[in-house]
Design a protein around this ligand. Structure first.
Ligand code: DON
Length: 585
């Protein structure tokens, strides 16, 4: 039977009160084990000291180290985020970069204020849905994921420049220096980059600048090679010297527009000049005595996570058996994704019933519709099918020595984005146009089906699943996010539930994963993670099961504010990740 419980009585943590505990001296700080027992390069050890420590978890060791380099130069979490993000643009172009976009949550320790930076890409003015359909009306998948038509106007540089100007301490020239140095001096590509270049090599070879960048000397790089990116280093220098203007105007912009046009795209200088990062108010809710701060639209993630947590808040999950608990969580996922497909889009273009979607009363109704012992069919909940995505995006989490926090998810969308490098700029463009509902009723790379709320319109931003989030309790804190397309939302939900259950940073990143997104009406289970009993138990409730998915590259940091212990953990599924806690000098 469904066990209802009273919504937990709780005193929401006010910004003031939260700011106060940041000022507690760190009496004892531990250098924590992160991802211990897994094949990560996480540091371990114990330190008893009064030094202020900081924690960074990213999917790449060079990027994590760049963040610490900038903290040690006097930067704060925002400056460190710029160092991590620009370094990822160089060392992990398959996942994110200057030609893409990001969504970030920032917590300012001094004021207790949380804010959200929307640096999502936007459609160029001349966007035309017909470009993404074949003559028979079927989707033209090549145009939506490959080449310049697939690319939205990037938001990454504008977003970084905006956040550093408003919330950083150091000039861009200092924060971008590690990325420029690594691009010029070279680095050993990760297995992921080598594999990505091989996977999409045929498409990369279509475009001369992509071929030059990713096949230096005519050969695909190996992990033992030194990979340099001098063209991107030049563009990063222009950005470091002039900020957003160094990218969206002048020679870099002219080069990108000329290359896009020559290859059949529609970008203009006016499109680039029109791009602005937006600062938005995060979504906040209380769950199980914790304050959850998460991404507002243009992310669909925060609304969906809030809806799922509001549904689950009325169910006592704690002592339930695994199958029963998964059943309720899956049914919450199903209901939130139904609304995701229907209602959500760019808030500057679409009116969304957010009051309804975020209301606990609405969640009460949805909870009542869950059958205690059977799967609901998605077709019983009226409304919109799917295939395995090629993945790439990147999340990193930072808490600096003062308690400032950044939770940031960056993307070029699928592996190596549009695979199109815009001429001599060295900038690999995203394929984010595929996140629009380009052909009504047809799924995108992540199987998501949208409607008019997410239709492509000039200068509109495409809906995103990226869900950078913070969870704040009386004495414990979590900075969390992940790549994974539509599975970002459910990974973050499961991470929050794990944290509320008392799990550590490395336990959260290692948790086995499951996912449902309304359509297709199927539960995806992580390969080799669940017992036959669990799989049979779910099938007996009526669920269609795919137990062969594999996904995840989560990076989280946690902070126990009573002991001062910070922990950073990278997903054990990614050997190149590095979660690290360091004393700042
Ligand atoms: O913004 C989004 O929802 C997608 N472009 C994210 C893509 C992604 O996470 C791919 N990574 N694994």
């Amino acid at each position: 039977m469904l066990k209802f419980r009273e919504p937990p009585a709780q005193e929401p943590l006010s910004g003031r009160r939260f700011a106060r505990f940041h000022r507690w001296p760190a009496i004892v700080a531990f250098l924590l084990v992160a991802g211990a027992g897994f094949d990560t390069q996480a540091q371990s050890g114990v330190l008893t000291a009064t030094q202020p420590t900081a924690a960074i978890a990213s999917a790449n060791a060079l990027a994590t180290n760049a963040g610490f380099e900038v903290l040690n130069k006097g930067g704060n979490a925002v400056d460190a985020a710029v160092a991590v993000a620009t370094t990822l643009s160089v060392v992990q172009p398959e996942a994110s970069g200057m030609g893409g976009g990001f969504l970030a949550l920032i917590h300012d320790a001094a004021t207790g204020k949380d804010t959200f930076i929307d640096a999502r890409e936007m459609a160029p003015a001349a966007v035309n849905s017909a470009d993404y359909a074949n003559a028979d009306g079927s989707p033209n998948r090549d145009h939506s994921v490959n080449g310049p038509l697939a690319a939205g106007i990037p938001g990454y540089p504008a977003g970084l420049a905006y956040m550093v100007e408003k919330y950083g301490k150091l000039p861009l020239s200092v924060s971008v220096a590690p990325a420029i140095r690594i691009a010029e001096n070279g680095f050993h590509p990760t297995e992921s980059l080598v594999r990505s270049i091989q996977q999409v090599g045929d498409v990369l070879r279509r475009y001369p600048a992509s071929k030059a960048k990713f096949f230096p000397g005519g050969k695909a790089p190996q992990t033992t090679d030194l990979f340099r990116d001098k063209a991107q280093a030049r563009t990063l220098k222009a950005f470091a010297a002039k900020g957003a203007k160094g990218f969206y105007a002048g020679p870099v912009a002219e080069e990108m527009v000329a290359a896009v046009k020559a290859a059949g795209g529609t970008w203009t200088m006016a499109d680039l000049a029109a791009y602005e990062a937006r600062e938005r108010t995060p979504i906040e809710l209380n769950y199980a005595g914790y304050k959850v701060i998460t991404a507002p639209p243009v992310s669909s993630g925060g609304v969906a996570i809030a809806e799922m947590l509001n549904i689950l808040a009325g169910i006592d999950l704690k002592d339930m058996g695994e199958v029963q608990r998964m059943h309720y969580v899956i049914e919450a996922m199903r209901r939130a994704f139904r609304d995701h497909n229907e209602y959500l889009g760019d808030p500057d273009f679409v009116k969304m019933p957010l009051d309804m979607l975020l209301s606990p009363y609405y969640a009460d109704g949805l909870r009542q519709s869950i059958l205690p012992d059977r799967a609901t069919k998605s077709s019983w909940l009226p409304a919109a099918h799917a295939k395995e995505p090629g993945m790439h995006t990147m999340h990193f989490s930072i808490i600096d020595q003062h308690g400032n926090m950044v939770s940031m998810t960056c993307t070029v969308n699928t592996t190596l984005g549009s695979k199109f490098v815009a001429g001599k700029s060295g900038i690999l463009l995203n394929d984010e146009m595929d996140d629009f509902a380009l052909v009504a009723g047809k799924p995108n790379a992540f199987g998501l089906i949208g409607g008019s709320a997410n239709a492509p319109v000039a200068h509109k931003r495409m809906l995103s699943s990226m869900s950078p989030s913070l969870v704040i309790g009386k004495d414990r804190l979590l900075v969390i996010g992940s790549p994974g397309g539509s599975t970002i939302i459910t990974q973050v939900l499961e991470g929050i539930l794990g944290f509320v259950d008392g799990k550590s940073a490395s336990e959260i990143t290692a948790q086995k994963r499951y996912h449902h997104q309304y359509l297709p009406d199927r539960v995806d289970l992580e390969r080799n993670a669940f017992s036959a009993d669990v799989i049979d138990g779910l099938r007996a409730m009526g669920y269609e099961i795919n137990d062969q998915r594999s996904w995840g590259n989560m990076n989280v940091v946690t902070w126990d504010t009573t002991t001062g212990v910070k922990a950073a953990a990278s997903d054990p599924r990614n050997p190149a990740g590095l979660g690290k806690v360091e004393t700042i000098h």
